[in-house]
Design a protein around this ligand. Structure first.
Ligand SMILES: C[S@@+](CC[C@H](N)C(=O)[O-])C[C@H]1O[C@@H](n2cnc3c(N)ncnc32)[C@H](O)[C@@H]1O
Length: 268
């Protein structure tokens, strides 16, 4: 179903989630040790320019600016509410911040030394298009890094997850990177300390190096979904219904994560 894997639904989802995002989401599901492990694949240093696509409130960007001067790190997100939270953070004050779509990046080919996107691909209606855009704006010999969730092995978790948004298989991430044209594709498994399921990974960081200048190899069909396309009353009702049902499925993960995190902390 993937009810929130659409731009308007994701926009409204983050209209509300941004209120508690830094407090309830990242501390449970996208932790500083996971961020540090993922960003190793980006091989950051202080001479680079970086795009953080789907930067949100800036949790991943904070990890990036620990290694790269903030003025060289551009934050892009489709949610003004998430970016407003980032604007309040002193460490991110010098980062250029832009409203925009990860599937239609407002930058020329070969602009950034590094492209990073954490926890955003699961909302993109056309993930191959977003990764093709990552390829296009990355400079030759530059690295792109995509971080996202993986299809849960647990049946109930998978049902809830797939009602909510996109949880790709590990091979899908690597396939999209290779189809876009990236070389040296590498993947690293990530999980919060409370995650104990040995049947499969929780999340993945996947990186690739752009071998040559110019656009991606992959041919894309049609136009990307448009956040600002006008809707009929019936379509608005459908967006609202998808939003409420998808958000309820997503919200179920917060108490589950909180209980598992508490249990893991008690066990030490
Ligand atoms: C789970 S949050 C991750 C935020 C941040 N990267 C972090 O590490 O905390 C996902 C973000 O992706 C953004 N997003 C979703 N679809 C997008 C799109 N098509 N273009 C740009 N941003 C998008 C959402 O607005 C949200 O801020």
């Amino acid at each position: 179903m993937r009810l929130i894997q659409h731009k308007k639904e994701a926009y409204w989802f983050y209209r509300f989630l941004s209120l508690g995002y830094d407090r309830w989401v990242n501390p449970l599901f996208w932790t500083p040790p996971m961020r540090a492990a993922a960003l190793e694949l980006a091989r950051l240093d202080d001479a680079l320019t970086v795009l953080d696509a789907g930067a949100g409130t800036g949790f991943t960007t904070e990890g990036i600016v620990a290694r790269v001067p903030a003025r060289q790190v551009t934050m892009l997100d489709q949610s003004p509410h998430q970016l407003a939270r980032a604007r309040a953070k002193a460490a991110l004050a010098d980062c250029p911040k832009l409203l925009g779509d990860a599937e239609r990046l407002p930058f020329a080919d070969d602009t950034f030394d590094r492209y990073v996107s954490a926890g955003s691909i699961e909302y993109w209606p056309d993930p191959q298009r977003g990764i093709a855009e990552a390829y296009r704006v990355t400079k030759p010999q530059g690295t792109a890094l995509i971080i996202g969730p993986v299809r849960p092995a647990n049946r109930l978790a998978r049902r809830l997850a797939e009602a909510w948004m996109l949880f790709p298989a590990a091979e899908e991430y690597e396939g999209w990177m290779r189809a876009a044209g990236f070389d040296q594709v590498q993947a690293k498994e990530l999980a919060p300390a409370w995650y104990r399921d040995r049947r499969g990974p929780y999340a993945l960081a996947v990186s690739g190096v752009k071998p040559a200048p110019g656009p991606p190899r992959v041919a894309l069909r049609g136009a990307p979904e448009d956040l600002y396309a006008p809707l009929t009353a019936k379509q608005r009702a459908l967006v609202a219904a998808r939003l409420v049902t998808g958000a309820a499925a997503g919200a179920a993960f917060v108490p589950i994560g909180a209980v598992l995190a508490l249990r893991a902390r008690r066990r030490g």
